[in-house]
Design a protein around this ligand. Structure first.
Ligand code: 5GP
Ligand code: ZN
Length: 114
């Protein structure tokens, strides 16, 4: 059994409020939302960080982006706008070491982020 929390969510061993699933990725609501809408998109296959992604992961990373856009449409905030974020390693603020795309919407998001 893996101790990676997002692998366990992908395997259905830990529950999550799932928004959409495809063969390659899974999207679910963040447990601790930072905006009115806050979803996470993860690949089913474990990749720890963006820094560890390889050329062979190209289509999987594309699947994550497209699933993020689909989540925004399904939840109804695509036209108003949203932000996708992928935190990498310590200085990027990454806390779960299974790559994930944040999809944030439902309010004006300031720039630059803190
Ligand atoms: P990071 O800081 O690594 O970029 O983002 C990790 C995100 O995962 C955080 O926004 C955090 O709230 C979320 N998170 C951590 N554990 C869980 C969990 O067990 N379930 C869900 N749905 N979200 C989680
Ligand atoms: Zn994992």
């Amino acid at each position: 059994m893996t101790d990676c929390i997002f692998c366990r969510i992908a395997e259905g061993e830990i529950s999550a409020r799932v928004i959409l699933e495809t063969e390659s990725v899974l999207a679910f609501h963040d447990l601790n939302p930072a905006a009115p809408h806050h979803a996470l998109v993860i690949p089913r296959r474990h990749i720890a960080t963006l820094d560890e992604a390889e050329p062979d992961d190209r289509s999987l990373l594309g699947d994550m982006m497209l699933a993020g856009a689909e989540v925004a449409r399904q939840l109804g905030f695509a036209k108003k706008g949203y932000r996708t974020v992928l935190n990498c390693n310590h200085n990027g603020g990454q806390s779960v070491y299974h790559i994930h795309l944040h999809v944030l919407g439902g309010r004006n998001l300031s720039w630059p982020p803190g």
